[in-house]
Design a protein around this ligand. Sequence first.
Ligand code: NAG
Ligand code: NAG
Ligand code: NAG
Ligand code: NAG
Ligand code: NAG
Ligand code: NAG
Length: 881
Amino acid sequence: MALSMLGVFLGLLLEVSTHGPSSVPRTLWRHEDVSLLEFSEPGVFNYSTLLLNEERGALYVGARDAIFQLDINDVSIKNNQVLWKVPTRDVTLCTLKGKSEEADCKNYIQVLQVLDEEHLYVCGTHAFQPLCDYLSLKDFTLRGKQDDGRGKCSFDPTQSFTTVMVDGELYSGTAYNFLGSEPIISRFSRPQSLLRTEYSTSWLNEPRFVFADVIREGSNSLDGDDDKVYYFFTEVSVEYEFFGKLLIPRIARVCKGDLGGQRTLQKKWTSFLKAKLVCSMPELNFVFNVVHDVFIVKTSDWRETVIYGIFTSQWGNMGLSAICAYNMTSVDEVFSKGKYMQKATVEQSHTKWVQYNGITPSPRPGACINNQNRQQNITNSLLLPDKTLQFVKDHPLMADPVLPIGHGPRLTAKDVNYTQIVVERVTALDNNVYDVLFTATDKGFLHKSVVFEGGSHIIEEIQLLENPQPIKTLLLSTKKDRFLYAGSDSRVVQSPTAFCDKYMTCADCVLARDPYCAWETHAASCINIFQKQDSRPHRKYIQNLRGDADDCPSARPRSMDRPQQVEVKPGSSVELACSVRSNLAQVFWKVNDSILKESPHFLLMADSALLIYSVTPQNQGRYECWILEFAAGKNFTRMLASYVLRLKRPEVLPVSSVEIIDVLNPDPSTSRTTTTTAPRGNNDNGNPAGPSPLTPSTLSSVPPPPLTRPATTANVHGTKSDTKHYIPPQSSDSQNQGPEIKDPRAEYLQNDNSKALLFLFLLFFLLFLCGLAYNCYMQYLPGPCLRLRNAMLGSQKKPQREYATCEAGLMDVLPEKRDRNEPPHQNGTLRDTGYETEPECGNGKILSNGYEENRDNVSKQGPYDVNCESQPIEYADADAS
Ligand SMILES: *[C@@H]1O[C@H](CO)[C@@H](O)[C@H](O)[C@H]1NC(C)=O
Ligand SMILES: *[C@@H]1O[C@H](CO)[C@@H](O)[C@H](O)[C@H]1NC(C)=O
Ligand SMILES: *[C@@H]1O[C@H](CO)[C@@H](O)[C@H](O)[C@H]1NC(C)=O
Ligand SMILES: *[C@@H]1O[C@H](CO)[C@@H](O)[C@H](O)[C@H]1NC(C)=O
Ligand SMILES: *[C@@H]1O[C@H](CO)[C@@H](O)[C@H](O)[C@H]1NC(C)=O
Ligand SMILES: *[C@@H]1O[C@H](CO)[C@@H](O)[C@H](O)[C@H]1NC(C)=O
């Protein structure tokens, strides 16, 4: 039954991955498009702990064996550093316990918290012997007053942990022992007292901690309730029956004023309660059951607080990430009013969790001390009755789950694993408040999204790290200059929170739907509204977060009427560039004001360029690249580029720059020439938004190569091309391939990828033909080919054994043997391509099974290779011609 359930589940996964809703980032900024500030120190890795101190203008970075202080406005400036290495004696101890000296027995800084005005509290794994110390900010040195780091920091650098400092007390979630098998949620106060979780699977069952933070409920609480610290983690379910381990995302909480119990739960939390976090798509019955990171958007009234979490599915190799949001009011309702789960032992000593429906003791188990308790003379948790404490010890799990706002994800994204999230709540020009989500991925990218009433929109994707690697920490500064700071194994990266100035047109600026960006009509530029220098009233800003670009000035720029002139000669191919920045746009081309229909003549390239093959006089006309983008219930169309294509009258037979085509197409009048009148890469001139109605001149006007005028051709390319021209097409055979590549016009060709690919394809096709002929001759090919060969050559040469050898898929051993035993053949040119022998000889018959055996046999059986090798290759050419 379990298996059929799995089947249903996997079917669902497939369903969701193909039909589920998911968003695509509208714009992609590659690493080279944006200039980001970076920090890394030679020989230092694992920049995985970051701490912002905006008052001091400092970003503290905990790495492996080192702590740095960077400038908050420019992380490439290092203001201070302190090394904290493990003494040799401790490294030796660590290696004796079987840990790797290079990877494990280092000091990975995991805790970096502000203790007071003058000190940071720092903890590191310290070669599997966690230690904490005080870092003086005055002189940036470690005090050397080392505390035991157990329970504050994990032993194993790869294990999960989370910490938060609340009023000088360190709350952490980590492992308490060397093996990492004893999970703990704990609080350390200055006079070394420790409050911790019970060591029991009903409290914590193989948790992976992701986040912890405090919610200040106490400050304006009418009933005298306490501040609470919330923990987020994924653990192995105890309440569901499942084959294997079913993971469950959890939210847990403890009260800040908890002192533990007097007899029961001594030095343990009396307020530890946990509940299931639900992130699912009910309409598809799909569950995201692993939480990776959480961010809490705090507000002045704690009830308005919103919790954002990143989730994937446990069966996560399908690459679907979801972001769910939770209302603090509903979280509090589950913990303060919900029912508890109870462990029930059923037959065969099998435990099951069911909802507890009996009477709950008073005061309510797991609740913080409030005014009502105080009236009963229960002023702290030490005075709680044993009945309450025993109950909470046995019932830490709530029955009701915490449901997401809107009963589903705020956003789902396909083919991406989110690792970190930060959220900024901003007020846009429409005076509405929007939550802007910044999510980092395991491939070094950042997504910026905005949550709307009816859904969400991924504004852009920024490549923070050049090489794909996970982003381990993400922080946001919300002071005047807003920046994001990302920590990874190799470096720290600082990124702006918006890239408004990269949108070159009003339509692009508005369609981006970025609450940070607005079009300033006076300066005609897209600006960041949170950085605008002056707010003079006569300035007009256009922003519409539904993406309605109707307010944009519709004035069609005059320059648009001057399209780029493109002259080509008949029969050649031409590529018209069009740079589209939006992934949400549809591209279409217009010719003479009517929409271009697909045909073998016209090819829309992946980069939206239009490739026209062998231009005929009918192809002349006006070509325009348009995009259509749907937003706010409307279609917005814009022209991005326009060209006028004209033919140059062919006076003399054109000298083709692609002579290779002559080989297959001996009639020179129909031979194709490739010209590149509209080179691509028009973004390189510093206009990343591409050509736009306002700046059509961004198309670089590289003059067409002088292929159309034979006189010029002779001048530029020298006499060689002229002589070439008189070579009869029939004589261009494979031997001419080499020199042709060195032809300067061929080099020009290689500047253009598609042309070069065509060229390569034809070259390989030719080689393939030669190889086919050769193999046919060599009898490597069975069936009809052999019959043909026999017909042509007679059957006097019949090396039957050789054929058998080759068919068994042994040929790729043979060239090696040849090299060792025999001098290379005089006619090695064809073989050197390595093309004809290896794939053809196998002829699809190479099977991985038994291949190794055969290989061994061949090395023993000498005679075969002599047969295979000794065939003169001259016949190959004869066959090909
Ligand atoms: C530390 O960084 C190195 C180098 O990038 C990486 O291979 C290793 O997995 C990292 N270790 C941890 C615990 O993150
Ligand atoms: C997401 O992570 C899973 C598990 O680590 C991996 O198998 C998958 O390939 C990743 N997907 C993407 C799109 O990176
Ligand atoms: C949270 O839920 C409460 C009660 O259900 C509701 O009044 C409040 O508006 C919600 N807040 C948010 C931010 O959704
Ligand atoms: C609480 O303690 C005070 C003084 O110790 C005592 O007078 C009062 O009766 C107690 N109240 C209750 C409800 O036990
Ligand atoms: C465009 O119009 C010109 C002149 O009106 C015509 O010669 C040409 O064939 C047209 N081009 C196409 C592709 O229809
Ligand atoms: C927008 O354009 C698309 C594609 O051309 C079309 O299917 C759709 O009906 C149009 N929508 C509106 C509102 O014009």
